[in-house]
Design a binder for this molecule. Structure first.
Ligand code: PRP
Length: 207
């Protein structure tokens, strides 16, 4: 596995991704400093906002990225999605107050405007999508929106704010994405990486 550049999410996926790389003997040298780029042998690893990982991969600034399915669906970038790593599992859901069940027109607060629009469009349901950048639950609590579209992992944020999952949209987990040209040019290194990651997943019984 030589000469690959990796784009990794800074945040909830970082530790899990680094641990997985460790298991296949791929050192990253990522530490807790504020550095953004880490060199390890001939491989380079950089950390970015989760939503930017598919962008770096599409443009070839990184050969390989580890990104949540939420980000992949939202960003709609032109990359290959090669492997479901089975880590970072959560769901994408519509959430809100329990009373809101039969709604014809809704205002939706979300960090994921494309996912929300696609979901409500498919159901032929009129929705005004309001983009927020974080703490999306607040949108519902203070009356900015009727419902939110967001990821739910442990469910604690919803629970502690008296909100509920109303509808599940899809399952989310971390995926390996690959730049289209890199898959040709660095074919051998990338498939070796993918197979090693697949083996770890299988050995550990990650579903
Ligand atoms: C995410 C998500 C929810 C929360 C869900 O936010 O947007 O708010 O985590 O996790 P839980 O079900 O385990 O409570 P994140 O922590 O990434 O921060 P943000 O709201 O600032 O984006």
């Amino acid at each position: 596995m030589e000469n690959l550049t990796f784009s990794l999410s800074k945040g909830r996926l970082t530790d899990d991704a680094v641990a997985l790389f460790d298991k296949i003997g791929l050192k990253t040298n990522i530490d807790n400093s504020r550095k953004l780029v880490f060199q390890c042998g001939t491989n380079t690893f950089f950390l970015s906002k989760p939503g930017d990982v598919p962008t770096y991969v599409e443009y070839g600034a990184a050969d390989v990225g580890i990104a949540g399915k939420d980000t992949i669906l939202e960003e709609k970038r032109n990359v290959y999605e090669i492997l479901d790593l089975g880590i970072g599992r959560c769901i994408m859901a519509v959430a809100g107050n329990k009373e809101i069940k039969n709604y014809d027109f809704v205002r939706v607060a979300t960090k994921y405007p494309n996912i929300a629009k696609d979901y409500f469009d498919k159901r032929n349901q009129k929705a005004e999508i309001i983009k927020l950048n974080g703490s999306v639950e607040l949108g519902c609590i203070v009356g900015l929106a009727d419902v939110i579209v967001d990821i739910v992992e442990s469910g604690r944020t919803l629970e502690e704010n008296n909100l509920y999952v109303l509808e599940k949209i899809c399952d989310i987990s971390a995926r390996v994405i690959v730049n289209k040209a890199s898959l040709n040019v660095k074919h051998e290194a990338i498939w070796k990486l993918i197979n090693n990651l697949k083996n770890v997943r299988e050995c550990e019984g990650i579903k």
